[in-house]
Design a protein around this ligand. Structure first.
Ligand SMILES: NC(=O)c1ccc[n+]([C@@H]2O[C@H](COP(=O)([O-])OP(=O)(O)OC[C@H]3O[C@@H](n4cnc5c(N)ncnc54)[C@H](OP(=O)(O)O)[C@@H]3O)[C@@H](O)[C@H]2O)c1
Length: 229
């Protein structure tokens, strides 16, 4: 796939590394051209740096890997308001939360993803990749172990579930493929109106982690329900 990445920080690098490994062609666009050049150089493969507008144009998917405070700026430079992202899957991994506390900042009823969709008319926004740390996606696949789970990391265990939501079937399918490409297991929670709930989960995890509690210990083990047709 031809993927645009807006942002040049840790998540851009983590997912970028996984997607280059999977054979995708990336264009990195950030507010700093020097940082975009440096990241493209580090990622290697058919990766190049460009302007945010170039990273957003003619892509099969675009990842919005910037801090919440930079989202409006970067979408403006990408031409989102002029419809530059119309018809494009726009993956939103942002955590728009108060640092260390986890309270959501966006006042938009649809949360960060809803606000992003409003700022990028016609884009097919998918909330995804906001819960796991960037280095989750940099682990090289295949260590010579058991690959029976098919996720390529060689440990025989399924990768982390990446809950995603969005309104466009094609964008959900493309994002699901991109989740699998980095060793995750996609799970579609529902339409984009569920994004605020996914964002609150991140706020819950961040809030507990900063309070010194392992967030995983605060979630009951509920067996998954098997639905048979
Ligand atoms: N890192 C993770 O583990 C992780 C995991 C899940 C989700 N996320 C989410 O992913 C997004 C990126 O996180 P990150 O860890 O990659 O952050 P980061 O390493 O701090 O990089 C932030 C990126 O945002 C850009 N940026 C910041 N302010 C901006 C502005 N006003 N205008 C334009 N660009 C601006 C930065 O540009 P400059 O370098 O020029 O400042 C940089 O490219 C965040 O929303 C975060 O919540 C991160």
């Amino acid at each position: 796939m031809r993927i645009g990445i807006l942002g040049t920080g840790s998540l851009a690098e983590g997912l970028g590394r996984g997607w280059v490994r999977a054979g995708h062609e990336l264009v990195i666009g950030g507010r700093s051209r020097a940082k975009a050049d440096a990241l493209a150089e580090r990622l290697g493969g058919p990766t190049r740096a460009g302007t945010p507008r170039e990273a957003a144009t003619g892509r099969d998917a675009v990842l919005l890997a910037v801090l919440w405070e930079g989202v409006e700026d970067v979408l403006r430079s990408a031409g989102a308001a002029d419809g530059q992202l119309a018809g494009t899957p726009l993956i939103d991994p942002t955590n728009a939360v108060e640092h260390g506390v986890g309270v959501l900042l966006p006042e938009h009823p649809g949360g960060a993803a809803g606000q992003i969709a409003a700022a990028a008319p016609g884009a097919h926004v998918v909330k995804a990749f906001h819960l796991f740390p960037a280095d989750q996606w940099t682990r090289p696949p295949g260590n010579g172990g058991d690959n029976s789970d098919g996720n390529g990391d060689g440990d025989g265990a399924p990768g982390p579930t990446v809950a995603i939501c969005g309104d466009d079937e094609t964008a959900l399918r493309i994002t699901s493929d991109l989740v699998r490409d980095v060793g995750g297991v996609p799970a579609v929670l529902g339409p984009l109106s569920r994004a605020r709930q996914l964002e609150e989960v991140a706020g819950f995890v961040i809030g507990l982690a900063f309070a010194g509690v392992d967030p995983a210990s605060a979630i009951p083990h509920v067996p998954s329900r098997t639905v048979t047709a």
